[in-house]
Design a protein. Structure first.
Length: 67
């Protein structure tokens, strides 16, 4: 197991953006009628979180000495 247990800048940034995506998507589903555009923006933020993690990881911000 890794020594950092996910406490890296890449992990924190990805989780923050993913959480924002879930909140935005959830808000879109609470409207009456459902606002699918807002929901899909939330889904897109989830995808952005994954891409952000991969990019930051390749920049060296996901391991020892990365912070």
């Amino acid at each position: 197991m890794s020594d950092n247990h996910g406490n890296t800048p890449a992990a924190w940034a990805a989780v923050a953006v993913a959480m924002l995506g879930f909140v935005v998507g959830g808000i879109g589903l609470m409207f009456d009628p459902v606002k699918l555009a807002v929901f899909w923006v939330g889904v897109a933020l989830g995808v952005v979180a994954l891409v952000l993690f991969v990019v930051m990881s390749r920049m060296g911000l996901n391991g020892p000495g990365g912070h």
